[in-house]
Design a protein. Structure first.
Ligand SMILES: [Zn+2]
Length: 535
């Protein structure tokens, strides 16, 4: 019966870590790789922080745990933020608590609203404000001082120093709290550092010499991402000092990170193909006429001071934001009664507005036509198209978007402000975002019997079954992941020990759900937009 310590580095990627590691720039992570087993950790089909950490926590795909995105689309085509209330499967923290073992969880995304555990829990995103109760037990909040859940600064194009300084403070404060709680009694200890995700989104262009948004000659922030990784690397070094011989250590991320070059506007394609229909009223006709002639958010943002507008769009209320966006062709111009397909959420999957035979026929037709989409160089823009049941499975499948597709090398961003942000299929990435999520996160495990400097293949749903196996806690029988036995040498106990599943046939979560207040939902959506997501 061992203990497990998990250090999460949101958005961390071996594409960055391996070269830096070879140059000796990340000594602690490198030492763990040399003394342990590691893998690219394949993320959820829509590789976003919310669903990915939810899949980590449950060992299940979103088709079972029910979180596909930061937001969900309501029957009247509005969006509301998702939270731990949407998690239909028990988290590892609850499973371990049920076995009377103790947990500490610090800043794991999608543990808000906080829930009861046998130990301590500090919620992570999407909550950002300490005005809300974000800990279990609730009075733990009062002991955290000036702890930062998410950075306050929003990228405005010229405030890099403010963002970097806040990210550094955020890491320091989190390390302080982690070092305090690590001295408590625990069997499972998890802490997630989020600064790596934020810095990847905003600073990629400074590091990447081939990036189209790179400012020539501007070398100031060239090492910004590296410096945040180094800061987290030393935090890893500090935390592993607390690990005894019986503790297995896992370092992981929820998805990878890489460059984003252009925006992609799938709704323009759906409109052109006649799947998406506009209202027949005069004002919509005028807006559509102007849209086709370049009256678009993208062009207007290019003309006026782009980033001031961006900040306004991020920080204004939902109502004011809609009023502003409605001067362009927008969601209010869609005729939902005649629309057969539309795209709404992050990574722009397609939702089909039809049932039965028509649904099947439409889905097939759209999937057949999508490969025709060419990028500005005339090359195929889409690598892969999947129907929802090909990538998700479980009793929450009805909530899933109907068609998921992967844009070539995932170098396109599907923008959030505006459903028809450009009159073209491709456009410039507004808001200064230059990095985005990729499918391959990281996984490193060290401890007794773990193979040294050995590489395997792992999926994000495998982490929790592996951790439970090491802790000798029965694994829920409906997890999608497997115990990563190939990480262990053949005569080690984790390899030889039979995998033990719990008897209960299902793992449904039964918690009393406190709905998020309207104010809380607004606040979360504003924050998500500030971080660069569609909300
Ligand atoms: Zn993430």
């Amino acid at each position: 019966m061992s203990k497990v310590m998990i250090i999460g580095i949101d958005g961390a990627s071996f594409a960055l870590i391996k070269p830096w590691s070879e140059k000796g720039l990340l000594p602690n992570i490198t030492r763990l790789m040399r003394s342990g087993t590691y893998s690219n950790l394949i993320s959820t089909p829509l590789p976003m922080t919310g669903p990915s950490w939810s899949s980590f926590m449950t060992g299940m795909n979103p088709g079972k745990h029910g979180v596909y995105d930061f937001i969900e689309v309501t029957p009247d085509y509005k969006t509301i933020p998702t939270s731990s209330n949407n998690l239909m499967a028990k988290t590892v923290f609850e499973i371990v608590s049920d076995s009377r073992r103790r947990v500490v969880s610090i800043n794991v995304p999608y543990t808000y609203p906080p829930f009861k555990v046998n130990g301590y829990l500090i919620s992570g995103m999407p909550i950002h404000s300490k005005d809300y109760d974000f800990t279990y037990p609730p009075d733990l909040k009062n002991e955290l001082g000036d702890y930062i859940i998410l950075p306050e600064a929003v990228y405005e194009g010229d405030n890099e120093d403010d963002i970097l300084s806040e990210l550094n403070i955020m890491i320091e404060k989190r390390l302080d709290v982690a070092k305090r709680l690590i001295k408590e009694d625990w069997d499972l200890f998890v802490v997630v550092f989020f600064a790596s995700d934020v810095v990847g989104h905003w600073f990629w262009k400074h590091m990447d010499e081939t990036h189209p948004m790179r400012r020539p000659g501007d070398e100031r922030y060239k090492d910004a991402i590296l410096q945040i990784y180094q800061k987290i690397d030393s935090a890893v070094g500090e935390l592993i000092k607390f690990k005894d011989e019986d503790t297995y250590l896992i370092v992981m991320s929820d998805h990878g990170m890489g460059p984003v070059h252009r925006n992609f506007y799938i709704n323009n394609w759906l409109l052109e193909k006649g799947y998406l229909k506009l209202r027949k009223r005069a004002v919509t006709k005028i807006k559509y006429f102007l849209h086709n002639r370049g009256w678009t958010l993208e062009n207007v943002l290019d003309i006026i001071q782009k980033f001031k507008m961006t900040k306004y769009l991020q920080q204004t209320s939902e109502q004011d934001r809609r009023l502003l966006l409605n001067i362009f062709l927008s969601i209010s111009d869609i005729d939902w009664s005649r629309t057969k397909a539309y795209s709404f959420t992050n990574f722009a999957p397609i939702y089909i507005n039809a049932k039965g035979e028509e649904y099947e026929r439409l889905r097939k037709k759209i999937a057949e036509e999508m490969p025709e989409i060419r990028d500005e160089k005339g090359e195929r823009a889409i690598d892969k198209i999947c129907f929802k049941e090909e990538v998700f499975m479980g009793d929450q499948l009805d909530k899933a978007p109907d068609i998921i597709y992967y844009l070539r090398d995932m170098i396109y961003h599907t923008p959030r402000y505006f459903e028809f942000g450009s009159n073209k299929l491709f456009g410039t990435v507004g808001c200064g975002m230059s990095g985005t999520h990729k499918m391959e996160g990281i996984f490193i495990i060290t401890g007794e019997g773990v193979k040294k400097d050995f590489e395997i293949d792992a999926n994000i749903v495998d982490v929790v079954p592996t951790a439970l196996h090491l802790m000798d806690v029965p694994i829920p029988p409906d997890v999608d992941g497997r115990v990563l036995k190939d990480s262990f040498i053949k005569d080690s106990w984790p390899y030889k020990k039979e995998v033990k599943y719990s008897k209960s046939p299902s793992n449904r979560r039964k918690i009393s759900k406190k709905e998020l207040s309207k104010q809380e939902r607004e606040s979360i959506k504003e924050k998500l937009r500030g971080l660069g997501y569609h909300a």
